[in-house]
Design a protein around this ligand. Structure first.
Ligand code: MN
Ligand code: MN
Length: 453
């Protein structure tokens, strides 16, 4: 290693480098990658739709072993040069995003409007869901077990849904001056879905008309809502933002930006040193619970299935103990409107590449699986060697708030893991903002991790 020139003290200073500068000349690749990512975001609004989309795409990539889990989680595995017993390289990301779910008994009529009651899923800011076009995505399972798929409200020729908001003229006593959590209540997030009365009915005129329509169009009855996963999401396609088209605006980028990067990387990985797994899970936004979340034993099942396919006999726990992982999830970007929530020297910036987050958690790192210095050193060396734009980032100032990811659940297996994903503005909003160069840098990082690790 050549000694750094003592006269040039600049070489001792770490200066974050813009991803645009580092990837200069590679703009066509950034654009090509982001075109595909934008169509994925436009097509896919739920974890189920993400799994279907990726499973179909995986059929085009050669050599992948796929393990599905109830249509809501999926893993794509690729064999490596080293024996499976030496451990795998895992990139984990989540497919679920904050949204409104329909309740089991959602339909009611009030003021001759028919509404659907919802219960929000994940951390939403409730006012962001009012007075905007919304779409309904999901499945209804009928009593005979048949599954009705519903996607309504995306195409401009289709009707959409919405939640109304109070007019400013009358908001004085009801809203202004109150605390934000008192003003916007979850129980008021009801979806308007009809107003035309059944002129022959004596009561519930609009509700009857809507139920008749649902029966005609989907063959369902009111009780069928009790066995349904129906999700209310923002209507519309992903968009480029800005005169220079440098940013991406869309619903669900937390965490489909990492899921798409992990999937693309495992599809494109050439002769990885170790077996690689892109693990895409559900339920992260509500604590990774359930049999499709990161706390489930799905990852062990993935390894059993993969080793059987390779005609090997391995113990998944031992393989996982020797594994390395990246927890692909987003971080909050330095916010120009609210810089006071960040500590600038340790905040991630849009356009500065993938953000490596050594620890998450809140109130003194509580709830974090914090990566070891040795693992940080290894990742840093890999990213620098591979020319990947990267930065570090903490989610906000000390004691400002905080958050967690799936990293700690995988760390329980004994593997080394660190959070690595791009930073977003407006995280958890119906229209989240990412940088194109960060999306591409995330893909480059995951691919380098899979191929050269
Ligand atoms: Mn996330
Ligand atoms: Mn999230």
């Amino acid at each position: 290693m050549p000694k750094k020139d003592l006269a040039d003290t600049n070489t001792f200073t770490r200066k974050p480098r813009s991803g645009w500068e580092m990837l200069k000349g590679k703009e066509p690749r950034v654009e090509a990658y982001c075109r595909e990512y934008l169509s994925f975001l436009s097509e896919v609004k739920t974890e189920r739709e993400a799994v279907s989309y990726l499973v179909e795409r995986a059929a085009r990539a050669k050599g992948l072993h796929m393990v599905g889990n109830r249509g809501k989680a999926v893993a794509f595995c690729r064999p490596g040069k080293a024996a499976l017993s030496e451990g795998v390289r895992i990139v984990v990301a989540h497919l679920d995003s904050p949204r409104l779910d329909l309740k089991a008994n959602p339909v009611y009529e009030d003021t001759e409007l028919v509404m659907l009651k919802t219960h929000y899923y994940g951390g939403i800011r409730k006012y962001q869901w009012l007075a905007r076009p919304l779409a309904l995505h999901g499945v209804v399972v009928k009593e005979d077990g048949s599954i009705i798929r519903i996607v309504l409200g995306e195409d401009e020729n289709e009707p959409c849904f919405t939640i109304e908001d109070l007019l400013p003229h009358l908001a004085g006593k009801a809203q202004y001056g109150k605390k934000i959590e008192d003003v916007f209540q979850g129980e008021k997030l009801n979806l308007i879905c009809g107003s035309r009365p059944d002129l022959n009915a004596k009561e519930d005129k609009v509700k009857r008309q809507i139920l008749a329509l649902l029966n005609e169009k989907y063959g369902i009855v009111e009780e069928d809502f009790t066995s349904a996963d129906l999700e209310v999401v923002p209507s519309g396609k992903a968009r480029e933002i800005g005169f220079d088209r440098s940013l991406i605006g869309a619903y669900g980028q937390d965490d489909r930006i990492c899921a798409w990067a992990a999937f693309s990387a495992v599809c494109d990985a050439v002769k990885p040193s170790h077996a690689t797994v892109a693990l895409l899970v559900d339920k992260e936004e509500i604590g990774s619970e359930g049999n499709t979340g990161a706390k489930s034993v799905f990852l062990e099942e993935v390894l059993w299935s993969f080793s059987e396919a390779l005609k090997l006999d391995v113990n998944p726990s031992r393989v996982l103990f020797r594994s390395r992982a990246l927890s692909g999830d987003v971080n909050g970007a330095l916010d120009p409107e609210f810089p006071e929530v960040h500590e600038k020297a340790n905040a991630a910036r849009l356009g500065y590449g993938i953000c490596i987050t050594k620890f998450t958690g809140s109130r003194g790192k509580a709830g974090s699986s914090e990566a070891h210095a040795e693992y940080m050193g290894w990742i840093r060396s890999l990213l620098n060697r591979s020319g990947v734009p990267w930065q570090t980032g903490e989610l906000g100032k000390v004691d400002e708030g905080g958050g967690g990811t799936v990293a700690k659940h995988l760390a329980e297996y004994g593997m080394d893991i660190v959070d690595a994903g791009p930073a977003l503005l407006s995280m958890h909003a119906p229209f989240e903002i990412s940088s194109k160069v960060d999306a591409y840098a995330t893909y480059l990082a995951y691919r380098a991790f899979m191929e050269e690790a």
